[in-house]
Design a protein around this ligand. Structure first.
Ligand SMILES: [Zn+2]
Ligand SMILES: [Zn+2]
Length: 239
């Protein structure tokens, strides 16, 4: 009992650990130097989070064909060294990275000056994939971001009703069709969506097809606004 209290009293962030990128000792799994070097804030399209030139708010593609979501943000580009880190987090269950990745999304949200959502909803996995992996990587981040910014997170509001093959198995132009009809609001909770500002959280956005489909379902159920938040954005989805 006494030991428990002693441990509780110790500030958690003071415990040194190794940075997952450069392996230097730090209090965080992503050290300040690596954040500065590989995760500097860059101008991004407010609708799809792709990089845009300084001063541009919305990319050409979103002006021509606006996506289903009202806004988007990404903490980093999906590339070195974050692709390896996200792979470890997701496929090797490196859950000790969740807090640092959530911190990155929180920082991106603060930098964007965006409005606080009522609710953060992780992109749901199918039951089968959840069983295989043992956790939903998006939920692990969503719930931590929600605590940090002071809103709710809910992993039960949206269901994955179609067990679609992984998007990577499809060429870019086929990905929207692959996720079509994949999501539904939990039937007893549809009324909870009405009028809400909802942030969808995913680990990586490539074409944006998954976020767009989920945004469409939430808007159809009466959400006031839907934003797509991701840890990492693939810079050139078509390339
Ligand atoms: Zn580092
Ligand atoms: Zn855009």
């Amino acid at each position: 009992m006494f030991l428990t209290r002693l441990l509780d009293a110790r500030p958690a962030r003071a415990i040194p650990t190794q940075c997952a990128v450069c392996h230097d000792w730090d209090r965080d799994r992503i050290c300040e130097a690596c954040r500065t070097r590989f995760m500097a804030a860059v101008p991004r399209c407010l609708r799809c989070a792709l990089r845009v030139p300084e001063g541009v708010r919305t990319c050409g593609a979103c002006l021509t064909d606006p996506p289903a979501q009202d806004g988007a943000l990404a903490a980093m580009d999906y590339g070195h060294p974050w692709d390896r880190l996200i792979g470890q987090f997701k496929f090797n269950a490196a859950l000790d990275l969740a807090a640092s990745l959530a911190n990155s999304v929180e920082n991106a949200w603060r930098t964007s000056g965006g409005t606080k959502p009522d609710l953060i909803v992780p992109v749901p996995l199918s039951d089968r994939r959840l069983r295989d992996r043992g956790f939903n990587q998006s939920w692990e981040i969503a719930r931590r971001v929600a605590v940090r910014i002071g809103c709710l997170a809910d992993a039960g509001l949206v269901l994955r009703i179609k067990d679609t093959p992984h998007q990577l198995a499809f060429p870019v132009e086929k990905r929207a069709a692959n996720v079509k009809g994949a999501f539904a609001i939990e039937p007893r909770r549809v009324a909870e969506v009405r009028g809400k500002v909802i942030a969808i959280l995913d680990d990586v956005m490539t074409t944006g097809a998954t976020a767009a489909e989920l945004a469409r379902v939430l808007r159809q159920a009466g959400a006031a606004q839907v934003h797509a938040w991701v840890v990492a954005r693939t810079p050139t989805p078509g390339g």
